[in-house]
Design a protein around this ligand. Sequence first.
Ligand code: NAD
Length: 474
Amino acid sequence: MFEYAPAPESVRPQIKEHYGLFVDGEFADAADGSVFKSVDPSTEEVLFTVAEAGEADVANAVAAARRAHETVWGPMSGAERGKYLFRIARLLQEKAREFAVAESLDNGKPIKETRDFDVPTAAQHFFYHAGWADKLEYAGLGPDPKSLGVVGQVIPWNFPLLMLAWKIAPALACGNTVVLKPAETTPLTALLFAELCQEADLPAGVVNILPGAGATGAALVDAAVDKIAFTGSTAVGRAIAKAVAGSKKKVTLELGGKAANIVFDDAAIDQAVEGIVNGIFFNQGHVCCAGSRLLVQESVADDVLERLKARVSTLRVGDPLDKNTDIGAINSAEQLERITALTETGGAEGAEVWQPACDLPERGFWFRPTVFTGVQQSMRIAREEIFGPVLSVLTFRTPDEAIAKANNTPYGLSAGVWTEKGSKILWAAERLRAGVVWANTFNQFDAASPFGGLKESGYGREGGRQGLEAYLDV
Ligand code: NAD
């Protein structure tokens, strides 16, 4: 393995000591004065303090969004709305480096991912939806589709800016106004995005950002909004579905996953190993569609595992702002505890654990990449979403067995298939109960491609023509 000298990112974004809520185009403190801290998970240092929205702030933000919808954004032509979205997309590109560094600081993910994936993909989402804004009547959703009104949006901490883009871009393109709550551990890029909206001269009230925790999210779900768009855990998704049942609110839920990544014996093994690594170690495994269950055909299992371990041993874990880093920090102490606890059940239930030798920084929240072999379907590490850099390896003998094992989960978000035979890919894709099936690749996203789950992974689609439907009265 090559020795690497540190290559730290030199740009530091201008982070304020304190941020307010972003309501009606202005930053302001919470009505009751509540604040909380955001921490750099790689050092445990406090980055800034931020106002925490309560019920009164939620009501204010929803009222501002309602006014903006009725007076400006709703009546505006699609072509004019599109111009604002193009402007936002271009500003995101201009400020890409600042956003990438800020995201790495607040979230702990490696700079090479925020720089090459999170920020460009977020900008792509705004470009893509800017293009739809004046073409909605051609989307196959009726001749004159109307906006819904005010949308409440709640997002998780694993892709803070990207999830914001997935939510805000289609909502605005379709003529809705939004109140978005970022996750409590990662509000920074949403606040920088609020500043960007000011710079883009977006009319006041079209985008409102309310930092806070679960109580803020619950208040937003209960508020006078026309739709709730949620990305997060299945447990909270279930609570939201209950809370809105019987109301006229439209709902989309993007929830958890426990994806199978299936390697058949005729696959190109080195490529498959890259795909396995990308599938589970990208973003520290904090990925809803992570390929957290590797299903490998028995005849090639030893070979795949040997090459996988050799590859994982080369991954560099450490400073998120170092451009050589492959695996950054775990996002919070709480998430680290969850990963540690679930990983311990693997050993206790009889699976064999393997971790590469690597030094971890002394401060911050860190977890070594982990591979479990000898995993049985009944074990918790095979059934529950760990949401960390932990891979559970199972084997199969026949293609039918692979499909049965892959589908043996309450989730249905994504799956991967590795084989050189096109016919086998189509055969497997037809049978896999998952919203997305990748073939000879993994974790590929495009604004034009709808994303979403089956079963307990939620309902509704984000992205593509299909994603527009969730934001239109059709
Ligand atoms: P979480 O459900 O705990 O939190 C998600 C968001 O919901 C946060 O902003 C949180 O503050 C808020 N929230 C918490 N309680 C709430 C309540 N009662 N009412 C309303 N909002 C509430 O999830 P998390 O731990 O932040 O994120 C990880 C989860 O998100 C994983 O399960 C992952 O699979 C899922 N996820 C899914 C997708 C997808 O597209 N399907 C994408 C990313 C993450």
